[in-house]
Design a protein around this ligand. Structure first.
Ligand SMILES: C[S@@+](CC[C@H](N)C(=O)[O-])C[C@H]1O[C@@H](n2cnc3c(N)ncnc32)[C@H](O)[C@@H]1O
Length: 217
C-alpha cells in the first residue's frame, strides 16, 4: 500500500514530516484502533502529527475529533494538516487539564504509544483523567508496546531511546519503559475501566504491539 486517503492532508508539510507520518502509518497498527471507535465525539491523547486523528476524521464528517499533545511543535504540524478538516481541533494540553475542562463529554478516547513516555508512577493519574473525560459507557482504546520479556521489547526500547534521547523527535514525559499486559490491565481496572479485550498485534511486526479495549463503567 503506497498511499492512503488519510495521508493527503499532510501533503503541504515539509518532506521529513511527510515521510515520518507515512512511515508511522505503515509501521504501527493504527487501523486496529480506528476499527473499534464508538460514537462521534472522539479524543486522541498524545496525537503527535495527528495521523490517528486523520484516520478517524477523513470520511466521517459527523465525527468531532479533538487531538491533544504536550509538544507545541507536534500540535503545529497537526493544525497545519489534519486541522484543516472541519471536524477536528488540536490543543497543546495535558489530559489532566482537559479532564478539568471537558469531563464526561467523549464517546471514545484513544491513546497510542504515549504511556511509555511517562514514569509508571504517573500512569494511574493519566488513566484516571482518561476515565473522567469519557461518558459513562464510553470506550478507551489504549495501544502500547508491551514488555513481553523478549527481543521485540528490547528492540522497541532501543528504538525509542534513539527517538527521544538522541534525535529528540519524540518529546518525553520523564519516563521511558514498557509494562507487562497484566500490569496495564490492573491499572486500567483500578482507574475504573472494564477491560473488554486485550489484543496482541505483534504478528508480522518487530514490535510487541498490544491493544487494550476498555469500557468506562
Ligand atoms: C510516539 S508518539 C505517538 C504519536 C501518535 N499517538 C501515534 O500513535 O502516531 C508519542 C506522542 O506523545 C506525546 N506526549 C508525550 N508525553 C505526553 C503527555 N504526558 N501527554 C500528552 N502527550 C504526550 C509526544 O509529544 C508525542 O507526540
Amino acid at each position: 500500500m503506497l498511499t492512503h486517503p488519510s495521508l493527503s492532508v499532510f501533503k503541504d508539510l515539509p518532506l521529513p514530516e511527510r515521510l515520518f507520518v507515512r512511515a508511522r502509518l505503515f509501521s504501527a497498527p493504527l487501523e486496529e484502533l480506528t476499527n473499534r471507535v464508538k460514537g462521534e465525539r472522539i479524543l486522541d491523547v498524545g496525537c503527535g502529527h495527528g495521523l490517528l486523528c486523520s484516520l478517524m476524521a477523513v470520511g466521517f464528517p459527523d465525527r468531532s475529533i479533538v487531538g491533544i499533545d504536550t509538544d507545541p511543535k507536534k500540535i503545529d504540524w497537526a493544525r497545519r494538516s489534519v486541522g484543516r478538516l472541519g471536524n477536528t481541533r488540536f490543543d497543546v494540553m495535558t489530559v489532566e487539564r482537559l479532564a478539568s475542562l471537558e469531563a464526561a463529554t467523549f464517546d471514545t478516547v484513544t491513546v497510542s504509544d504515549v504511556l511509555y513516555l511517562l514514569p509508571e508512577a504517573d500512569w494511574p493519574d493519566f488513566l484516571a483523567a482518561c476515565h473522567q473525560l469519557l461518558k459513562k459507557g464510553g470506550r478507551l482504546l489504549l495501544k502500547e508496546a508491551e514488555d513481553d520479556g523478549g527481543w521485540r521489547t528490547r528492540k522497541a526500547l532501543l528504538q525509542e531511546q534513539v527517538m527521544v534521547r538522541l534525535l529528540g523527535r519524540t518529546k518525553g514525559s520523564g519516563g521511558l519503559g514498557f509494562s507487562t499486559r497484566e500490569r496495564t490491565q490492573e491499572l486500567l481496572t483500578r482507574a475504573g475501566f472494564e477491560v473488554r479485550e486485550t489484543i496482541s498485534l505483534s504478528k508480522r511486526s518487530t514490535t510487541a504491539h498490544v491493544l487494550f479495549v476498555a469500557d468506562c463503567v
